[in-house]
Ligand binder design. Structure first.
Ligand code: ATP
Ligand code: MG
Length: 630
């Protein structure tokens, strides 16, 4: 990395009402962080003791760089903490899950009902011969049975590998064979934007060369026209649990036993099968759901992520359920049957915490304020974002239009590999648009150069994490070398692969992926900065920038721009955008080329895949595009 990498930092700050901090679980950030620094093991011990262990751990951690073990000797089962505990308490009949289908169908499960379903599916899987340690692939749309299946696997100690329901046969096959799955749980169809999208043929194709698969469990949703079940290998989901009892003791799991394998989004390269454990992951997901998302007993919590991604694992399923929360989950897309559907759901269910992604927020912006303005959003008390940098423009919009300027908006930075939130502004602390915030209590993170030396405020560098944390990945499935790479890139640190900059208050802004770094005439430029500058122009809905090799400057910046409704592409607008970037960031960050486009290549989780744009621009092979959305 070149020495100079200065970043223009805005000082804009929003200070939430005093009561936000007073009433939050985390309380004062500095106090909580100091308590962690004073004695990290005691800090995590307190967090872990909020959960139930069949056998208490003897030691909080063992750190043998770069391998960590947490809660040594502890025995637990995450489903005991997510279900049994609540069923044995006054939460027994509390609503655990409200599911809304695209056609307005609703299904509601109390904790007791969810518990019974999980135990039945757990017994069903046992009947198929699934045992502790076996891998089960879950390839389903967002339906209650998807969540129930995950919990059922965890109940019996089977390792789930959830594959997002939008993937095609090849991507699914590589994940099934990669994990050596014994059983695949799937559905016949998903309902999207008024259409029925059949899934079963994808599974049939995906298991052709997957010799470890013994059974395929099929949830049949299309009851008027049921798909055929090929009984040699297939079984109907509800037939599987027809004669089983809702009684199934939790498998006693060691803290370090694997809980699941999950593939990363594939934004920057081939997806990696990240392995998380029963104990540490549980503690990390629980601790952050409480202290970052601030979930309380009377909240109605809605995270829009698909359980097929890490956000869905940690913050739809495991974290919120471990707190006994009421979850809202939907199969519907945010713009069907019209762009008001999500806002109406917030009003109807009285959602208090709304957690979504920048790609959705930018889409809401593009569709216009009239849609949220039709609904009463006064139940909201906390907004949250994850997945990509939240551009200041998108922050402002979400904060003002959805939160009416009174809800803390927390931009949570973390990864599949980290299992839990790492860097974010906690509830009640001042918020700075564009900045994710500080490392949360429990996490030691910094912005450093390639040798691991912290860089001064205002200078860009690599975001890196210093100390181990309970929900850190334990391995990359069957790829030790890849695991070591995370730890051997920057001496003494876990290298996250993102660029960042810190301001003088220690707030961290994520500038994009290190792989996407653009070096122009010896200056380093992060993609997020230029993209945010473009998005802050009133005509721009979304943008992606890449570096394009240039014989003179090393690279030039090329920008792809999607316009907001009501704006048309023209040379005049191009010049206006260039001028806008010049004024906001300076001449060095000005794109040399701007293309107006109507869509951008994205992962199925909605993230922009700059490497695909770059490969196309240069006529090169884009590499692994299994996660590219059509
Ligand atoms: P791959 O690792 O396969 O390229 P991916 O990194 O997109 O895929 P995930 O683990 O789903 O897979 O995403 C984590 C990444 O998403 C982070 O490293 C970061 O680049 C980005 N990210 C997540 N949250 C934020 C955030 N709040 N601000 C900025 N970037 C974020
Ligand atoms: Mg990644």
């Amino acid at each position: 990395m070149a020495e100079q990498f200065d970043v223009v930092l805005s000082e804009k700050t929003y200070t939430p009402d005093h009561s936000c901090k007073q009433n939050s679980w985390i309380g004062d950030y500095t106090k909580a962080y100091d308590a962690f620094l004073k004695d990290p093991d005691a800090f995590w011990d307190r967090a872990a003791k909020e959960l139930y262990w069949f056998t208490p751990y003897k030691k909080v951690k063992e750190w043998n760089y770069p391998y960590a073990r947490w809660f040594i000797g502890g025995k637990t089962n995450i489903t005991y903490n997510c279900l049994d505990r609540h069923v044995m308490s006054s939460r027994k009949n509390k609503v655990a899950l409200i599911w809304r289908g695209e056609d307005d169908t609703e299904r509601i499960y109390t904790y007791r009902q969810l518990f019974r379903e999980v135990l039945k599916v757990a017994n069903g899987l046992k009947k198929l011969g699934v045992k502790k340690g076996d891998r089960v692939c879950i390839y389903m749309p967002i339906v209650p049975e998807q969540i129930i299946s995950m919990l059922a696997c965890a109940r019996i100690g089977a390792v789930h590998s959830v594959v997002f329901g939008g993937f095609g046969a090849a991507a699914l096959n590589s994940r099934i064979t990669g994990a050596g799955a014994k059983v695949v749980i799937t559905a016949d169809a998903t309902f999207r934007r008024g259409k029925t999208i059949p899934l079963k043929h994808i599974i049939e194709e995906a298991i052709i060369n997957a010799p470890t698969v013994e059974y395929v469990v099929v949830l049949r949703r299309e009851l008027h026209q049921p798909v055929e079940i090929h009984s040699e290998m297939e079984i109907d989901f509800y037939d599987m649990i027809k004669d089983v009892r809702p009684e199934c003791e939790p498998e006693i799991m060691d803290a370090e036993d694997p809980l699941f394998i999950l593939y990363t989004s594939g934004s920057t390269g081939a997806p990696k099968g990240i392995v998380h454990t029963c104990g540490g992951y549980m503690v990390g997901a629980h601790y952050t759901s409480k202290n970052v998302l601030d979930i309380k007993d009377n909240d109605v919590y809605w995270c829009t992520a698909d359980p097929g991604w890490i956000t869905g694992h940690s913050y739809v399923v495991y974290g919120p359920l471990s707190l006994g929360a009421t979850l809202v989950v939907t199969e519907s897309t945010p713009d069907f049957p019209d762009p008001g559907v999500y806002w109406r759901m917030i009003e109807e269910f009285g959602v208090t915490i709304f957690y979504t992604a920048p790609t959705a927020i930018r889409m809401f912006m593009k569709l216009g304020e009239e849609w949220p303005d039709k609904s009463n959003l006064s139940s909201l008390r906390i907004l949250a974002s994850v997945g990509e940098p939240l551009n200041p423009e998108a922050f402002e919009w979400f904060y003002r239009v959805a939160g009416k300027g009174k809800c803390p908006l927390i931009d949570t930075w973390w990864q599949t590999e980290t299992g839990m939130h790492m860097v974010t502004t906690t509830v009640g602390e001042p918020m700075m648009p564009g900045f994710a915030g500080k490392p949360i209590p429990g996490v030691v993170a910094d912005v450093v150069d390639k040798d691991g030396k912290p860089v001064p405020p205002g200078t860009g560098g690599f975001l890196a994490i210093k100390e181990p944390w309970p929900s850190m990945m334990r391995s990359v499935y069957n790829d030790e070398e890849r695991y070591l790479k995370y730890w051997h890139t920057i001496p003494g640190y876990y290298a996250v692969g993102d660029l960042a900059v810190k301001n003088k208050n220690g707030y961290i802004m994520v500038l994009g992926r290190s792989d996407d770094l653009i070096v122009v005439a010896g200056h380093n430029i992060g993609t997020a900065e230029v993209e945010s500058a473009l998005v802050s122009h009133q005509a721009v809905a979304e943008s992606a920038v890449i570096g394009k090799p240039d014989p003179v400057k090393g690279n030039i910046i090329k920008a792809f721009v999607i316009l907001r409704q009501g704006h048309t592409a023209s040379d005049r607008l191009k010049n206006e955008l260039l001028y806008h970037v010049r004024i906001t960031l300076g001449p060095i960050a000005m794109p040399s080329e701007i293309d107006f486009v109507t869509s951008l290549p994205r992962t199925r989780s909605g993230k922009i895949m700059r490497r695909v744009l770059k490969a196309k621009e240069m006529g090169m092979d884009p590499g692994d595009i299994s996660t590219l959305d059509e």
